[in-house]
Design a protein around this ligand. Sequence first.
Ligand code: NAD
Length: 314
Amino acid sequence: MKKILVTGALGQIGSELVTKLREIYGTSNVIGSDIRKIDGIDDEGPFEIIDVTDADRLYDVAKEHKVDTIMHLAALLSATAEKAPKKAWDINMGGLVNALEVARELDLQFFTPSSIGAFGPSTPKDNTPQDTLQRPTTMYGVNKVSGELLCDYYFQRFGVDTRGVRYPGLISYVAPPGGGTTDYAVEIYYEAVKNKAYTSYIGEGTYMDMMFMPDALNAIVQLMEADPSKLEHRNAFNITAISAAPEDFAKAIKKHIPDFKLSYDVDPVRQKIADSWPNSIDSSSAAKEWGFKAEYDLDKMTKVMLEKVEEKLA
Ligand code: NAD
């Protein structure tokens, strides 16, 4: 039976991941942690306040709870990191190296997500390969490439069982997104239900990879349980489900809300980030090495998102 510490557990991914892990491994075996406390998962099971830049605190909590796995999610996301680049470096890189050190010292299995933000303008844009040019132009991207390399290093140098994926933009209805470039793909559903209209800060024809949260969570569990002898790439597996532009979301929403209207008011900062990312990535290594397969395409996800957002706003 696993015992797992999750950092950044109150964020978009963590708040659903903790619930899923508790269903699989038992409530007392999943310790949520975050720099803040809000009602919700923090009172449904073990929860600790941890600032991941505090290495001693991270070590003490992991040791006290005798965990065998760290899932490290605490980070500043792309748009937020661009506003505060030095702070992003301190949290994204400082937090990661602290968490990896705890994994090394206590011999823990380790998961952390990279992102499509680890690619840059010189990366091949269509069907972006698993192993390719990575020269990102954002602080978030610089952090993510460095993080991918650091996780590989901890495996090769110290034998830490590090594993990870490159997530595309994640779409969910439980926790709000945390300041990423693909947040529009969540907002559009809320505005569709509330106002039958959405003004997108990402321009027409801008394709990015996306994934519905249930697929993102299944990927973590599947990868962490995968046979290590089959993993050629341990960290930063490309995974994706959907490659879409704002107008594709509008088309899918119109199947349920025919008079939905999409307009554009492009934010140059986030548009520039989006333009530096791939249109679609190739996830065949993840499929081959540990059986990754997404269940939700755009239409299937849209149906669930609209139903759930409607329930939430009712
Ligand atoms: P989020 O912004 O929703 O949540 C991050 C959490 O980290 C927040 O709850 C925040 O309070 C916490 N945090 C911030 N600073 C901290 C600190 N110093 N110590 C401890 N906790 C701190 O992010 P998310 O969407 O859940 O993303 C989690 C991970 O997945 C990140 O590494 C992110 O880069 C990656 N990722 C996310 C997406 C996405 O679309 N959501 C896509 C690709 C990669």
